[in-house]
Design a protein around this ligand. Structure first.
Ligand code: ADP
Ligand code: GLC
Length: 485
């Protein structure tokens, strides 16, 4: 097997900077790809936390000016990841959320910040670092979307390019006045270029010019070719369907391992489920819920945004309460949702509890202690929390969309198609269907044998990266073979 080298380009990476699943994927793929003979280096912005994580980094490139200041590319490794950090103090020396300023709004220069990231990626693609000339440049989400466009318009020998869409809702739109600032030629401002409803879309740049497009589940790859799911890109994606594919995400099963997890109260496995009860107790205590083994405890770990459908869950609270269930929610995001959930917890102490914030350790305890995990998303490119839930024996209750549809097998679905059920799915994504799913889950929960079987099937489902990374490896190899042929 010949070795293939890949430059991944992304705006966040676990365990250094994370706002969502993108970071998990970008952080976990390199090790999994390595098992398939793929050597990955990942270019990330040199935010303060990134530079701190690379104390003895090596200086590889130095340019006196890129978008108003000097930049350096530093190489180093952290936690097994080979990283290139784009040290550009005028763009990235800002602590906190990578995209938002202290006012909670996008930084006004986000276009330039991520154009710089993409420009440097393109130059590395062209061979700016002689010791690492990648065969493939792999761009993740809009922040890296200009990389394939730059490589296209540079008209120089170039590596192959892959654009992965983690979420089509984030489109990286900027004023058309930015065209020259971005260093794009005038001819690029057209329908089959970067023009998008009178703006420049950096996501579109990637979708238009990458050799291959992938997204993070097969179902989402079909949904985004439709007018609704396409969110404005349906036509483009239909046109490019021949180079578009869906590859499911996995999770890092060493970080998410209930048999060794140091962040939970008691360790357990598919064949030793009994200790799980201690995690439920610990979770109830931590959240101030009534100690009860019999009440079904529903967990939620989520960004609070329209996408995640948590306003629909609010509407089903009467059902949840009348069924005798409990709710433990960990999340942050929309102010309105935060307030509504906090008010609800106040009104139903002991039955409903909410932690507003971001807390990795608590996320582990919820997965280990909740009986079920709800993911009622309106759309979901892949979703990672339901994969963690499967692995931890928290039965997922999910809407039948995107990656949720591809990774959870409903009880009724299994009865018809065979195979082992792992959860409960509902559709359409409306409160009535969710309420029905909650009642159905509670019935199953009260049948201990069936519930244990559901947990066991989930826990023995392969949610790792092993085979899924193999699909990326095969894609890269195809591209390299085409280059050589
Ligand atoms: P998305 O990327 O759309 O937010 P995913 O399900 O792909 O959704 O990934 C979310 C990731 O972020 C998971 O690793 C999940 O555990 C984590 N996460 C989300 N919200 C929180 C939170 N409030 N505290 C801790 N972890 C969270
Ligand atoms: C996005 C999507 C989520 C996906 C994650 C990683 O944040 O919303 O569904 O799992 O990216 O690909």
């Amino acid at each position: 097997m010949t070795s293939v080298s890949v430059l991944a380009v992304a705006s966040e990476i676990y365990p250094i900077v994370k706002t969502g699943g993108l970071a998990d994927v970008v952080g976990a793929l390199p090790a999994a790809l390595n098992e398939h003979g793929i050597a990955t280096r990942t270019l990330v912005p040199g935010y303060p936390d990134v530079l701190k994580a690379l104390p003895s980094a090596e200086l590889l490139l130095h340019w006196p000016d890129l978008y108003g200041g000097p930049i350096r590319v530093l190489a180093g490794s952290h936690d097994g990841l080979d990283l290139y950090a784009l040290d550009a103090p005028h763009l990235f020396a800002r602590a906190g959320n990578p995209y938002l300023g202290p006012d909670g709004k996008d930084w006004p220069d986000n276009g330039i910040r991520f154009a710089a990231l993409s420009r440097v990626a393109a130059e590395i693609g062209h061979g700016a670092i002689p010791s690492f000339v990648p065969d493939v440049v792999h761009a993740h989400d809009w922040q890296a979307g200009l990389a394939p466009a730059y490589l296209h318009y540079d008209h120089r020998p170039r590596p192959s390019t892959v654009m992965t869409v983690h979420n089509l809702a984030y489109q990286g739109q900027f004023s058309p006045d930015m065209l020259t600032t971005f260093g794009l030629p005038a001819e690029s401002y057209r329908i089959h270029g970067v023009e998008y409803y009178g703006t420049i879309s950096l996501l579109k740049a990637g979708l238009q010019f990458a050799d291959r497009i992938t997204t993070v589940s097969p179902t989402y790859s079909r949904e985004i070719q439709g007018d609704d799911g396409g969110m404005g890109f349906g036509g483009l994606l239909r046109e490019r369907s021949g180079v578009l594919s869906g590859i499911l995400n996995g999770i890092d099963i060493s970080v998410w391992n209930p048999q060794t997890d140091p962040q939970i109260a008691a360790r357990f496995g598919a064949e030793q489920l009994a200790p799980r009860a201690s995690n439920k107790q610990a979770l109830q205590q931590r959240f101030g819920l009534e100690p009860s083994a019999d009440a079904m405890l529903l967990g939620v770990i989520s960004r609070l945004s329209w996408q995640k459908g948590l306003d629909l869950l609010l509407e089903t609270i009467p059902t949840l309460l009348s069924e005798g269930m409990q709710l433990a929610l960990l999340g942050s995001g929309d102010r309105d949702l935060q307030d509504r959930y906090s008010a609800l917890a106040h009104a139903h102490r002991g039955r409903i509890a909410v932690v507003i914030g971001y807390d990795e350790a608590l996320a582990h305890l919820i997965q280990a202690g909740a009986d079920a995990l709800a993911v009622p998303s309106r759309f979901e490119p892949c979703g990672l929390t339901q994969l963690c839930a499967l692995r931890y024996g928290a039965v997922p209750i999910v809407s039948d969309v995107g990656g949720l549809a591809d990774t959870v097998v409903d009880v009724d679905e299994a009865a018809v198609a065979g195979g082992a059920a792992t959860g409960v799915k509902f559709g359409p994504v409306v409160p009535e269907a969710l309420a029905h799913a909650l009642r159905k889950a509670n019935l199953l929960f009260n049948d201990k044998v069936t519930w244990r079987r559901l947990q066991h099937s989930g826990m023995t489902t392969d949610v790792s990266w092993r085979d899924r990374a193999g699909r990326y490896a095969a894609l890269y190899r195809e591209l390299v073979a085409a280059q050589q042929g």
